[in-house]
Design a protein around this ligand. Structure first.
Ligand SMILES: *Cc1c(COP(=O)(O)O)cnc(C)c1O
Length: 407
């Protein structure tokens, strides 16, 4: 498929390899772990990487290739791999940038909690220094680069749960100015709203478990970048073996076909939900990236399309852990579950899930309170989602006032 097609056309069509004489509209699933070769010479060339093809499933699989091919076109990447999960994708990207013992990795404090833990434990124990900092102030960021001289920098396009947007084009030039490499986790924005490689980022990673798959039924990860990363990314997969299974690749690829309509509607629903909840005044704070009172609103307006401000809304309920537990237990429509990006609306409590391994001080420094919940907005009618959140919050308030009355 040629690169000249527009984004929604690519979503629907990209990554459909021709299989000889037959050309099915839906790619069959190839569970085969190995492939017969027509000749010994062909197998020899295949194993030597002289010709493209399939020999063993840890090296290549048609369903995985189709998915990676589609993602390469969407993110304008020259090479890419699919991994067993988003975590494996981040690990692979770090490996691809040649991070070695003695090196420093500079990480935005707002990245996914497990990413911080991966770097701090697995990479930290290998002798890599991990510096976790706030990247919103670019003068401070420049100082961090000069002081720490990192090999690699990691950040996310839309942070979680506070939905901060960093000035990625500026950050790219600062990072390259000190000879470092930038990995951008594009999970929350998808290639529909941000394509960091076009801004010069070195590698892009996705948890395909989220919006790309979109239906809460497949785990996977994607890493994309320029050709210079090709060998190391593929070596990582072959040797560490964190490959994506063919069925998962097929599900995620099928999810990709409808990403355009899903993500657009989910963003619209999120914006509408955020407005209703803001007006209801039942939450002490409503975070949405394009709201004028959001701390990084000016950057978000510049980097995000006006009608695609992301599909996540973060709410501060006020009160403490017991109040949030009661709120979660009162939800009827919204699922209290730990993921984002599904077609269903989901509510996550960072204190007990994504940020449970951070200390109260670390959470406070990040701006995450004990009464914040993150809403991943699905495809339901936003009015119904709002009703459910408001009734659950009201139930907490009512029981609070009953307690006060009893006293
Ligand atoms: C979920 C997530 C990950 C990890 O992905 P898994 O597929 O759960 O391994 C990484 N980054 C972000 C931003 C995520 O939301």
């Amino acid at each position: 498929m040629s690169q000249q097609w527009r984004r929604n056309t690519l979503l629907v069509h990209a990554g459909t390899p021709a299989l000889g004489d037959i050309e099915p509209t839906a790619l069959p699933i190839f569970p085969s772990t190995s492939y017969r070769s027509r000749s010994a010479q062909m197998l020899d060339q295949l194993m030597g990487g002289e010709i493209e093809g399939f020999s063993y499933a840890r090296h290549a699989n048609p369903n995985v290739e189709a998915l990676v091919d589609a993602m390469k076109q969407l993110e304008r990447a020259e090479t890419g791999i699919a991994t067993a999960s988003g975590m494996a994708a981040i690990d692979a990207a770090m490996y691809a940038t040649h991070v070695e013992p003695g090196d420093t990795i500079l990480v935005s404090q707002d990245v996914y909690g497990a990413s911080l833990n991966l770097l701090g434990t697995v990479w930290g124990e290998m002798g890599v220094k991990v510096v976790i900092e706030d990247f919103t102030d670019l003068t401070h960021f420049r100082q961090l680069l000069e002081v720490h001289k990192p090999r690699t920098v990691l950040l996310e396009t839309l942070s979680n749960p506070l939905l901060k947007v960093l000035d990625i084009p500026q950050i790219v030039s600062l990072v390259h100015g000190v000879g470092a490499q930038l990995i951008v986790d594009n999970t929350f924005t998808t290639p529909l709203t941000m394509r960091p490689l076009e801004w010069g980022a070195d590698l892009v990673v996705h948890s395909a478990t989220k919006y790309l798959g979109g239906h809460g039924d497949a785990m996977g990860g994607i890493v994309l970048g320029r050709d210079e990363y090709h060998n190391r990314l593929h070596q990582y997969l072959k040797l560490r073996g964190a490959v994506l299974g063919p069925f998962e690749a097929w599900l995620i690829h099928r999810g990709l076909r409808t990403l355009g309509v899903r993500f657009e509607r989910q963003c619209h629903n999120a914006a509408k939900l955020a407005r209703i909840l803001q007006e209801s005044q039942i939450f002490s704070r409503v975070f949405y990236p394009l709201f004028a009172d959001h701390p990084t609103h000016a950057v978000a307006e510049r980097l995000l399309p006006a009608d695609l401000g992301g599909a996540v809304v973060t709410l501060d309920l006020g009160g403490g852990k017991e109040d949030v537990f009661r709120f979660l237990d009162h939800l009827q429509l919204v699922a209290s579950a730990t993921t984002v990006g599904d077609i269903y609306t989901l509510c996550l409590y960072p204190l007990i899930a994504s940020h449970r391994n951070q200390t109260p001080e670390e959470r406070a420094k990040m701006g995450i309170t004990d009464s914040m919940v993150r809403i991943s907005v699905g495809l339901e009618d936003p009015e119904d989602i709002a009703l459910d959140l408001i009734q659950a919050a009201s139930a907490v308030r009512i029981s609070d006032s009953l307690v006060i009355q009893k006293d």
